[in-house]
Design a binder for this molecule. Sequence first.
Ligand code: HEM
Length: 499
Amino acid sequence: MDFVTCTLVLLLTCASVHALSLLLSRIIAKPNYNLPPGPSPIPIIGNLLELGEKPHKSLAKLAKIHGPLMSLKLGQITTIVISSATMAKEVLQTNDQFLSNRNVPQSVSVLNHDHYSLAFLPISPLWKELRKICNTQLFSHKSLDSSQDVRCKKMQQFLNDIHQSSQIGEAIDIGTSVFKTTINFLSNTIFSMDLISSNGAAGEFKDLVTDITKLAGTPNVADFFPLLKMLDPQGIKRRQTKNVRKILDIFEDLINQRLKIREGTGVYNNKDMLDAMLNISKENEFMDKNIIQRLSHDLFVAGTDTTTSTLEWAMTELIRNPEIMKKAKKELEQIIGRGVPVEESNISKLPYLEATIKETLRLHPPVPFLLPRKAERDVEICGYSIPKDAQILVNVWTICRDPTLWENPSLFSPERFLGSEIEFKGRNFELVPFGGGRRICPGLQLANRMLMLMLGSLVNSFDWELVDGMKFEDINMDDKFGITLQKAQPLRIVPLKLK
Ligand code: HEM
């Protein structure tokens, strides 16, 4: 449902909310905030109608009028929109300490998930413990190195499937194939097993992850009018509760099976992330079965769509820019040999491929507003007030296309990163697709490894052709806004044996 439809639904259901909020605002006197400039809100719905179907683009346009620090009212939610690298630094670095809580959508609060979720807990002792474990154990270079062989094996299976398609001249839907492979990369890194069979039907697990992500990205009237939460007008809470219950049950079974094996053999090795979490649970009482289930949920939901959409855009840009494809192939041929799949140990030797991924994340940041932050208390930025509980959206999409920061910003040009010091690790605020500060994506290193592995191997192992004699100029580059910014039209391409 787009924002216009949402708004019509809520116009019908919200007259009572308006009356009630008027009453409340008279009872609770609010302090006089000097909010940043922004468009005037209209009664009840505020600025919701201005979002349209592509909020990242609509808010970029509004920021041109009102400035890089802008305030809006989305229904009842005071929202601050950040649209420049300088302002992003204010949020992600200077005032990170007080702007790092999360706004929790209703789709996330089902089964009290927000009480245990790494991605949605406020800054708290539990969140700090979880982050520490991610940084020092689950996603450390050492543990990612020790699980690289399983990802390499999965990559080989992925390439075998594509090889079969190349023999019969069959087109591949890159997004669907990469989505399955990414789930199996993650499931092998976490549980040492496939959660999707590589051939044929992807099965329930894929549908669950897809539906959870889709519902989390669907605009929900109840998020803009908290008083409607009880009514669940779009049925999002009901459907998400079922999905999350099912996925938690799957993880519980996997944990129980592993516990049985460990008890039986008495071996507590460090085979994968599940072993690491179970080992931690022996010393640290907070890491119980429930937390392991919740963390596994977050890793799959946060890691799958983001990685898939980046890979699909990267392949699209390479197919559309044959000169860049040629350069990427040439580097791979020189460094690892023609037709050889990339291994994680090769990654640091492939600067052009790395620049291609950076450029993809610049032009197509998968999480265009980061995960919405929430102010823990009143904060002042450039003389303006960010009130306690305000939602903060960092419009990475527009920052990454800012002509004052990027020459020829809409051009896809990996060359701009060659010899440049700009990284996406949260210190260069003109390129923050993984966020920054204490909430920066903990899966960044794993995402980078998976992307380099898949993109490098796809480019180096096959030549690629568009379907039905389509020309690369005709590729539809429209995006579709959701929890991730995906290609509106899936990329379908035919793999060809290398000549
Ligand atoms: C291209 C791939 C990815 C992108 C672009 C991406 C981007 C992001 C962004 C923008 C945030 C919010 C940061 C902020 O608020 O400042 C985030 C958070 C998070 N990401 Fe990623 N991510 C990717 C892959 C992954 C992977 C592979 C995993 C794990 C397997 C992962 C796990 C998480 C988690 C758990 C959080 C929440 C952290 C917290 O709130 O403390 N992400 N990611």
